[in-house]
Design a protein around this ligand. Structure first.
Ligand code: B12
Ligand code: SF4
Length: 499
């Protein structure tokens, strides 16, 4: 079968600092290819809608699979799905990905004639049986598959993460992928899932609390295949198990791989396994992203982050000692007043780290989606991008955005514009000489991207697709998960055998 996989466009706000390859989709594409299908991949982060419509005419796909990791991309994907069906009525149109997994029935309701099914959970184990079942069906008997007629059993977890290394040969314009100074930059995955359970996050509910690792050999083999000199490690929390990080490092050394790396981890993991980060520093680790989330004890408790402010600040010290540049994230609550923004500005200008500010946003799949007592003020998918307030603001909404953007501008002054250019002049020049302009463009983009007036006006656009509100009563704990945790599965199996 001719299969076209499509990743939607970037959101304006994330494109400022980075644009990363669609790693999950590349892995699903590889699983489809291994099953004998003729596969193409189009990434609308680096291509245009007209390229998509051209691909419909020239490639004539018999199946189109859209990736929907981000809630804010829902309208774009639904519009493209409808346009695809209108042009190619026989084509099998389906959607998968992180956000799609939590709102599958809703997506089908929004576009009942255009979307044939939604795939919940990891795509690799499902894609071959799904394509084999079309067009005879029925599809809704397959694990993880949801159609208008029903929902299949819970999706299976991929048995071995080593099984399908990403089909990177399918992505074009790879020079467009970058993160900050790491330009160009590829992505890799060393592990999947997260053992923690923060209230605002859906990583643990998606994977059913499972935490799995690639073998050190497969991880290093994947790194060795990369042409890019820079690598973003997509793991939610890198090096949870120090021995895994050390073992991958040894394989990297054995193969004489020399790259620069960017990874995300937790402050307590950095404190506990400092030696792994020191080792990776020698291997080329340049940047760390730490989700600080809050500066105070109470904020951390509400997010159920399970770290203290003391640990967070100590972790920043350790990173500085190791000579690793750090970017941190703080979550701004819509309840903040001018004083709270002021405190963040003061703190952020007193530390050398890059500080990002995102807005507290309950997402389907997170615990706060069910427990957040405040009423959502909008159900417009496009505003669920952590740059808009979807909960009531203490300040008038327009004032809230003015404070938010003012704060972001202060935080960004340190590492964008002329200040940054002065600091990284030689790096910028050498990138320019190699024809890499993503980083340089980033330095001047801030005023175009962040704009309080526009963010406020976004609330008054006509809404074509609206998210369904959370249920009035909190569902059973197991309903939170996409992949069921092993304990829940065992319990269900026991009950089944007794019944
Ligand atoms: C890397 C990453 C990014 C990269 C994106 C790179 C890219 N283009 O794919 C960057 C840094 C750009 C990014 C940005 C954002 N991200 Co992000 N990101 C992640 C992260 C850490 C890993 C994603 C990943 O590569 N995973 C590994 C691959 C193998 O898994 P995967 O992509 O999920 O794909 C699997 C399945 O989803 C499925 N699948 C995926 N596509 C398809 C398609 C089909 C047809 C099928 C059948 C299956 C399928 O199969 C794949 C293989 O198993 C996740 C957390 C997580 N654990 O997933 C957050 C996460 C997805 N991001 C999140 C958020 C909030 C954002 C931002 C809005 C803001 C922010 N602060 O990060 C922006 C918005 C991005 C945009 N729309 O432009 C949230 C999602 C929230 C939501 N429900 O919308 C997550 C879950 C983080 C979190 N814990 O809350 N992100
Ligand atoms: S925020 Fe980080 S540590 Fe917390 S559950 Fe999500 S991925 Fe895990």
């Amino acid at each position: 079968m001719r299969v076209l996989f499509v990743h939607p466009s970037c959101l304006l706000y994330s494109e400022l600092y980075l644009r990363l390859e669609p790693l999950g989709l590349e892995r699903v594409a590889q699983a489809a290819r291994a099953a004998g299908h003729q596969v193409r991949l189009l990434d609308l982060q680096v291509a245009r809608h007209r390229d998509f419509f051209r691909a419909l005419e020239t490639f004539r796909p018999q199946a189109i699979g859209f990736s929907l990791n981000y809630l804010a991309n829902v309208p774009e994907v639904l519009d493209l799905a409808q346009a695809s069906k209108a042009r190619l009525p026989e084509c099998f149109v389906f959607i998968g990905g992180h956000s799609a997994s939590f709102i599958a029935p809703e997506l089908l309701q929004h576009a009942p004639q255009a979307v044939d099914c939604v795939v919940r959970g990891e795509g690799e184990p499902v894609i071959a049986p799904l394509l084999a079942a079309w067009p005879e069906g029925p599809l809704e008997h397959l694990p993880g598959v949801v159609t208008r007629h029903g929902m299949g059993p819970p999706p299976p977890l991929l048995e071995r993460l080593d099984a399908y290394l990403p089909a990177r040969d399918l992505t074009r314009r790879r020079r467009k992928y970058f993160i900050g100074q790491l330009d160009p930059c590829a992505s890799v995955e060393f592990s999947r899932g997260c053992p923690w359970d923060c209230a605002f996050c859906s990583a643990w509910t998606f994977y059913g609390r499972a935490y799995r690792q690639l073998s050190p050999e497969a991880a290093a083999e994947d790194l060795a295949r990369l042409r890019e000199p820079n690598v973003f490690i997509v793991d939610d929390v890198a090096f949870v198990h120090p021995e895994h990080g050390l073992a991958i490092g040894r394989e990297v050394e054995k193969r004489r791989i020399r790259k620069q790396y960017y990874l995300e981890t937790r402050c307590d993991v950095l404190l506990r396994h400092r030696e792994v980060f020191a080792y990776w520093r020698r291997l080329g680790l340049k940047y760390l992203f730490l989700g600080l989330e809050a500066l105070d004890e109470e904020g951390l408790r509400l997010h159920r982050k399970r770290v203290t402010p003391g640990e967070n600040f100590k972790a920043l010290e350790v990173a500085r000692q190791l000579g690793i540049a750090v970017a941190v994230n703080l979550i701004a609550d819509p309840d903040w007043d001018e004083r709270r923004f002021e405190i963040v500005r003061e703190w952020a200008t007193s530390v050398p780290e890059i500080v990002h500010l995102t807005v507290n946003t309950p997402y389907p799949g997170t615990e706060t989606w069910y427990t957040e007592a405040r009423q959502l003020t909008t159900y417009d998918y496009r505003l669920f991008d952590v740059q808009h307030a979807v909960l009531p603001t203490r300040l008038p909404l327009q004032r809230f955005y003015e404070e938010l953007v003012k704060t972001q501008a202060v935080l960004n002054r340190k590492h964008l514009g002329f200040a940054a250019l002065r600091r990284v002049g030689t790096t910028a020049l050498s990138l320019l000489l190699r024809g890499q302009t993503n980083f340089l463009r980033m330095l001047w983009k801030f005023p175009r991207v962040y704009n309080a007036q526009r963010q406020y006006a976004d609330h008054f656009r006509p809404v074509r697709y609206a998210l369904s509100p959370p249920p009035a009563t909190r569902p059973a704990a197991t309903a939170l998960y996409v992949h069921l945790p092993a304990t829940v599965q065992r319990r269900a199996a026991r009950q089944g055998s007794q019944g």
